[in-house]
Design a binder for this molecule. Structure first.
Ligand SMILES: [Zn+2]
Length: 183
């Protein structure tokens, strides 16, 4: 994935199309992100600007027309921290329209899943997400354990227990997403 969401839309589209052609020539799949919303420790505060950053069905259509294979839409999901589960407000109606505009052309992927409740994740999958990027959801136990135990237990134990904690959460999320046993 090449993330060019920090460029203006026209430039992002143009670069996306150029890079997509180049990568497809080499047999490499591409993923594009039309808008990007960053969270912070306190979540996204200024919701006034937020609307303009969300992906519209029209924009989604423009992006899939560049030939991309995967589209990561912004429909209320943010990168990083939401600053509390109450701040996770996804626009599923928007997602439905994006899905309709991209159907059969590109697959939808989900970014920004930190602290997602199980039902939210499942709602996203029902809404058309075929891949869900997870970071904190599978790492938070590991991060806490490592922060609390570094220098206190032997390195091999730190690595072993840390890996088990990641595996536990990955297995849990696989069950939530319905991907267990579907390798
Ligand atoms: Zn992203």
């Amino acid at each position: 994935m090449v993330d060019m969401s920090h460029y203006e839309k026209a430039e992002n589209l143009e670069k996306t199309q150029r890079i997509t052609r180049m990568l497809h020539d080499k047999g490499i799949a591409t993923e594009a992100e039309p808008g990007r919303i960053n969270g912070g420790e306190d979540g996204v505060k200024d919701t006034g600007d937020l609307e303009g950053l969300l992906t519209t069905a029209e924009e989604a259509g423009e992006f899939v027309d560049t030939g991309i294979d995967f589209l990561a839409p912004a429909f209320g999901n943010v990168h990083g921290n939401y600053g509390g589960v109450e701040n996770i407000r996804l626009d599923f109606e928007r997602l439905e329209k994006i899905r309709a505009a991209t159907k059969g052309k590109a697959q939808l992927v989900l970014h920004g899943t930190n602290t997602f409740p199980d039902a939210t994740m499942q709602g996203c999958i029902k809404g058309g997400m075929t891949r869900c990027n997870v970071n904190d959801l599978v790492l938070h136990k590991y991060s806490k354990y490592v922060a609390e135990n570094t220098g206190k237990v032997p390195l091999t134990e730190l690595m072993g227990t840390g890996t088990d904690l990641i595996q536990e959460l990955i297995e849990y999320q696989m069950d939530i997403m319905g991907s267990t046993g579907k390798a």
